[in-house]
Design a binder for this molecule. Sequence first.
Ligand code: NAP
Length: 480
Amino acid sequence: MKSHKVTVIPGDGIGPEVIGATRKMIDATGVRIEWEEAEAGASVFRKGIASGVPNETIESISRTRCVLKGPLETPVGFGEKSANVTLRKLFETFGNVRPVREFPGVTTPFSGRGLDFVIVRENVEDLYAGIEYMQTPGVAECLKLISRKGCEKVVRLAFELARAEGRSSVHCATKANIMKLTEGFLKRTFEEIAKEYPDIQAHHIIVDNCAHQLAKKPEQFEVIVTTNMNGDILSDLGSGLIGGLGFAPSANLGDGIAIFEAVHGSAPKYAGKNVANPTAVALSGVMMLRYLGELEAASKLENAILFTFEEGKTVPRDVPGVQNPTGTAEFADAVIANLGKVPSKLAARNYKQIKIPSLPRDPVVVVPSNRRTVGCDIFLEAGCSANQLGEFLEKTAPAFGLKLKMISNRGTQVYPSKGANTDAVDHWRCRHLAIETFPDNACLANYLDAIEKAGFRWMHLEKLEEIDGSNGFTKAQGED
Ligand code: NAP
């Protein structure tokens, strides 16, 4: 029988208990796993390792390429980055897969409606790339970076997952109606890639309506693919529909690497009390077995968990209405005793092994036929009025080959005034167009100098690109 190497990180708080229980359940399926125990999280931060992830752990994961991870705490006062996010980003696990399936015997307002969908969330880009700046002392900025490559990988993952799980539809949830370039990139990529999966219905849905539909009629969804922040919010909403965090597993999937973990955190108040629900980690373990190609063992373990809930004799304390809840370890023992039994109401689906998309590791993914710079937005800090700034720039810009088109304040055109009632702050986007060709860098630098000499501080500059005949920038609210 094949043996698999897996790095196991017990983690913090309830982590060692729920991970210990899960290891026991997985080992009882008969699958041979060589567990490499590794450390990350609070204990590591306390040793003074700022990332919370020691080199030995990184080496182990680089070797095994598969991780079962307990929750990691980010103790207040120890570094500013989460060890969880560090692990996901270090190993480029680009897709976060979170199944939401109703549980027998776990009563919620949605029980009996057959909830069974999966959220596939982009896992490394978007606002969660964590690129933030104070633009002025009173205005903060976070960059929302979305790449064609990131979109393609997560969209392909969603369609491959739909195929592996025998699903018939994928919804793409975006805010493309407002953020046409960033959120729109996922929508456009989804519509393009969908053509390669004619066996699966592809629908686009605006993300706020998706949240509304999830609360109203969640059974209509099978697979939802979405950007990082949307996915973070929608998937916690999903966990809430089926009984809470104790039941929510997840997989972080990358190219030849995967990290399996519960959605929940370290629940410190329950640490060491043998009361935590190990189901979320155990179901993450089921996902791991499928990833490793151990489909039979995965279904056996999933069925045993579902059977145990269906029986209702041995259930954790977070199941609503339970009188005598069982402990973490005893629940694991009950599941092990039920290995081989098949629940009558809800059994494991028929899965195939998922084909994880792999794209060339080339940073250039889109090569346009033509592109040109047609202007630039200069972002300025100024405490004056829009008119004072506008009149100055209108007068000064032509000597540098530019003309001022408009000024906006937090996205709304304020100069020339359109009569908007904008409550301005000291952060102005000043849109310039090239009079003929776009000025060279030396000329631009001289223009920025002239602006600063007049008492306006420039903070950044964005070139306005025309790519294959389309504007690579959006208009301000009110801009013609
Ligand atoms: P949490 O640890 O998920 O706990 C929130 C609540 O969820 C608990 O108080 C408990 O609810 C319930 N809960 C969570 N897991 C449970 C389980 N297995 N069994 C039963 N109930 C469970 O969230 P938090 O308190 O916000 O975060 C605590 C620490 O975990 C923080 O340091 C945070 O940074 C970290 N965290 C880590 C991860 C990760 O490693 N992926 C994820 C999230 C948070 P009741 O109080 O209602 O019983």
